[in-house]
Design a protein around this ligand. Structure first.
Ligand code: PMV
Length: 327
């Protein structure tokens, strides 16, 4: 039988109501809280997956280099797909990101979303298979959100993850300007950081307890396209997650001086009337979410802040999709 191969693309996403913490340390990678994100059209991961009876083991090539550190979650993800398809062949995965990898820009989310879609297609699994959401989650807890476009809510129901698009990208066309303050990978992975936070931050129980109210309020502000309400809430939820990180032992301080300069500037610009708010993940990059009319101005101002290396600007994106024309 010929080798089976497919290529897919996916965009990273950024959570406005964050996910930080897991239910347990199992391979299933179950999130402790639900989350809400927007999919970012300006950046992209592209994954080609080929299954072949001649391959001895699964291999991941990330941006042209072998990535042995990913072996455990790569094989766990592919095993779940192989068992669905009833095919035992090993795979070679080639993944490329057109943005910094492992630096708080959700490259694992877009990477595993693209990988899941490509590998499923290569194995003949229908695109609508609901278990693909759970399989993407094995790779990265935020990857299921990148399977969808626009505004996405992720809910955990027991062992099962469910995602739904609350609004399509075109229904509330916000823009996002990313201020890149370092291109280096982060010192502590999200996976390790989450475990440390759960085990040591005194704020972790409060984080879990207050998340449902933040989610409900965010969903309401998205339904009414209430930018000021969403802005206040998203910044609050982001800083609450960072409060948990900061009070973890050892502490997780993902910010650089330029990160803080951007946050303070964005707060001032909003007080001055510009429709913009910030969010920051497990890394020093700042994402400024804004209304399209303000995007060029925000990008120019962020680029002028000392320590900002470059900016990436774009609208909201679509969900992960297969590229046709691949053999
Ligand atoms: O998907 P992971 O395991 O890389 O975790 C992502 C966690 C945050 O980006 C910090 C928050 C989020 O909800 O995306």
């Amino acid at each position: 039988m010929a080798r089976m191969r497919a290529t897919a693309v996916a965009h990273p996403n950024v959570a406005l109501i964050k996910y930080w913490g897991k239910r347990d340390d199992g391979e299933a990678n179950l999130p402790a809280v639900d989350s809400l994100s927007i999919t970012l059209g300006a950046m992209q991961s592209r994954s080609t997956v080929a299954f072949d009876p001649e391959f001895a083991d699964d291999e991941l090539w990330l941006n042209g280099r072998r990535a042995p550190g990913e072996q455990a979650r790569l094989t766990a993800c592919l095993d779940a797909l192989r068992s669905l398809a009833g095919i035992g062949w090993r795979a070679r995965v080639e993944s490329r990101n057109d943005f910094p990898t492992g630096a708080g820009l959700a490259s694992s989310a877009s990477g595993y979303a693209a990988l899941t879609v490509a590998a499923a297609a290569a194995l003949g699994i229908p695109a609508g298979e609901p278990r693909l959401v759970d399989i993407a989650r094995i790779g990265s807890g935020s990857a299921p959100r990148s399977l969808y476009g626009g505004f996405v809510r992720l809910e955990q129901h027991g062992e099962q993850t469910r995602c739904r698009s609350l609004l399509a990208a075109a229904d509330w066309p916000l823009e996002v300007v990313v201020a890149v303050t370092t291109e280096a990978p982060k010192a502590t992975s999200s996976r390790d950081g989450m475990r440390l936070s759960r085990d040591s931050s005194p704020y972790y129980p409060a984080w879990l307890q207050t998340q449902p109210a933040d989610l409900a309020a965010a969903e309401a502000s998205i339904a009414t396209r209430d930018f000021p309400a969403l802005a206040e809430l998203a910044e609050h939820n982001c800083l609450k997650m960072h409060a948990v990180m900061l009070t973890t032992r050892p502490p997780l301080l993902y910010w650089s001086p330029a990160t803080l300069a951007c946050l303070q500037a964005i707060q001032q610009w909003r007080r001055d009337g510009l429709p913009v708010f910030f969010t920051v993940d497990a890394g020093p990059q700042v994402k400024a979410v804004c209304e399209p009319a303000a995007a060029a101005e925000i990008e120019q101002r962020l680029a002028a802040i000392p320590g900002v290396l470059r900016t990436i600007r774009g609208g909201l994106g679509e969900g992960a999709r297969l590229l046709t024309g691949d053999d």
